[in-house]
Design a protein around this ligand. Structure first.
Ligand SMILES: [Zn+2]
Ligand SMILES: [Zn+2]
Length: 384
C-alpha cells in the first residue's frame, strides 16, 4: 500500500480521503489542526476543524468561511477514510488528525506539546501505524522547566517592577501564548492590561469555557495605573511607538527561543522567559513513543536530527518538506487581520519589530546544539 498522506505543492494530502491537512495553497477540502496562521490559511472552499477551533478560525479568516466542526473523538467518513480529531495540547481547539483506511491508521499531529496548560485540552496519545510529527524544538538542548517555575519567575519580575513604580510589558504570541501567560499571572500584583490584538482572543477563550483572570484594554486603564500593571502584547508591538504611553517600563518576551543565547538580546528586551507551546526534545520522544507508531514522518523544525535519532532507535523515519513556520516569529504573528474595531485602533501603530532572520536562528541552532545520536541529552544529560 502506498503512503496514505503525501506532500503535494498545495500541502499534505490524504490520498484515499481526497483532502488536505493544513494546506498552504487554496484547495477544495482542508482539515485544519489549529488556527495559527501558518496552519490555517485563507481561500479553501471547505474547512473541517475541531468545534473549539471554529470560532477562532472565523474570527481570523472571516465569519463567512465554509466550515464544519467536529468534537474531539467524533468520527466522520470521507471516501472510505474515517477521520477523527484528538487534543494536541498546543492551543485552544488544537487537534491531531487521525485517519483510518482499510485497517491502516495514520495520525498527523499539527503542533503539539505534552506539558500542562490549563487553557486547552491536554495532548492525547493516539495509537497508529504512522505518526506525522512536528519538530520545532527537535534538538536535545531543548528542555523546558516546569511551567509553574516560569510563572513564578514572571510574577516575581512583575512584582519587582510594580514595587519600583514601572510598567511590565510582556510580549507573546496573541493567540495561545498570551492566554496561557494570563492563566499563570497573579492578579493580586496589579491590573492586567491587554493589547487590542490579544483581547478578542481572550474573549473567544472565555466563551470556550476557559477561566482567565480579568483583563482590560489600554484605553480602559488610567495612566496612573500603568505603574503597577502588566501589559500583554504581541511581539510586533515591541520597539514601536505604542509602548511610549506606558512611561517607564521593563519589557520581556516569552518564547521557547529564549533558551538560546543571543535571542533575548536580538529582541532588544530586558528579560526572556522560556515558555513554549511546542514539545521539547523529551516531549517529542515521549509523544512519538506513546503512539506506538513504527513509521514516523517529521515535519517543520529539526527534521534531519530527529529523523536520524528515530532511525537509530529502530523506527522507520523520514521527513516531509512543508511550509509551516513558527508562530513565535513576529512575521507570523503579524498575519491575522484585526477582529474588531478595538484591535484595529490599538494595533494600528504596532510597527513590526525586527525579527530574528532565518540566518540568525540557524546560527543559534549551531551555537547551542551539537546533537549527536547516541548522546541525546547533550551536555544536559551529564548534569542530570
Ligand atoms: Zn501552532
Ligand atoms: Zn506550526
Amino acid at each position: 500500500m502506498g503512503d496514505m498522506v503525501v506532500v503535494r505543492k498545495e500541502g499534505l494530502y490524504c490520498v484515499p480521503g481526497d483532502f488536505y491537512i493544513d494546506p498552504w495553497r487554496p484547495v477544495d477540502r482542508a482539515v485544519i489542526t489549529h488556527a495559527h496562521g501558518d496552519h490555517a490559511r485563507w481561500g479553501h472552499r471547505h474547512y473541517l476543524a475541531s468545534s473549539k477551533s471554529v470560532n477562532i478560525l472565523k474570527s481570523r479568516l472571516g465569519a463567512d468561511i465554509n466550515i464544519d466542526g467536529l468534537e474531539y473523538g467524533e468520527r466522520i467518513a470521507r471516501n472510505g477514510v474515517t477521520i477523527s480529531l484528538h487534543p494536541a495540547g498546543h492551543v485552544l481547539g488544537s487537534a491531531q488528525i487521525r485517519m483510518e483506511h482499510q485497517g491502516e491508521i495514520w495520525v498527523a499531529s499539527g503542533d503539539y506539546k505534552v506539558g500542562p496548560d490549563s487553557t486547552c485540552a491536554p495532548f492525547e496519545p493516539v495509537r497508529c501505524h504512522t505518526f506525522i510529527t512536528e519538530s520545532t524544538f527537535g534538538l536535545p538542548i531543548y528542555r523546558w522547566d516546569p511551567q509553574q517555575d516560569v510563572f513564578d519567575d514572571i510574577n516575581a519580575w512583575w512584582r519587582a517592577n510594580a514595587d519600583a513604580g514601572r510598567a511590565s510589558i510582556l510580549y507573546g504570541y496573541s493567540f495561545g501564548k498570551a492566554q496561557r501567560l494570563l492563566s499563570g499571572l497573579d492578579s493580586s500584583i496589579g491590573p492586567i492590561v491587554c493589547h487590542g490584538a490579544v483581547e478578542p482572543l481572550n474573549r473567544v477563550y472565555r466563551e470556550g469555557g476557559v477561566d482567565l483572570p480579568a483583563t482590560q484594554l489600554v484605553s480602559e486603564t488610567d495612566k496612573a495605573d500603568f505603574k503597577r500593571a502588566i501589559v500583554l502584547a504581541p511581539p510586533s508591538a515591541s520597539g514601536s511607538t505604542w509602548t511610549r504611553r506606558f512611561g517607564d517600563y521593563s519589557d520581556a518576551f516569552a518564547s521557547g527561543w529564549m533558551l538560546l543565547r543571543g535571542a533575548r538580546r536580538r529582541r532588544g528586551v530586558d528579560r526572556g522567559f522560556v515558555l513554549s507551546d511546542h514539545a521539547d526534545w523529551p516531549g517529542l520522544l515521549e509523544a512519538i513513543r506513546a503512539t506506538e507508531a513504527q513509521q514516523v514522518i517529521v515535519t517543520h523544525g529539526s527534521i534531519p536530527v530527529l529523523v536520524r535519532w528515530l532511525c537509530q532507535i529502530g523506527l522507520d523515519a523520514k521527513g516531509f518538506d512543508t511550509e509551516y513556520g513558527d508562530e513565535d516569529d513576529a512575521a507570523v504573528d503579524a498575519a491575522p487581520k484585526p477582529a474588531d474595531g478595538d484591535a484595529a485602533a490599538e494595533a494600528q501603530p504596532a510597527l513590526a519589530a525586527p525579527a530574528a532572520s532565518d540566518e540568525e536562528e540557524d546560527e543559534d541552532r549551531r551555537e547551542g546544539a551539537q546533537p549527536a545520536p547516541g548522546n541525546a541529552g547533550g551536555k544536559e544529560a551529564s548534569d542530570a
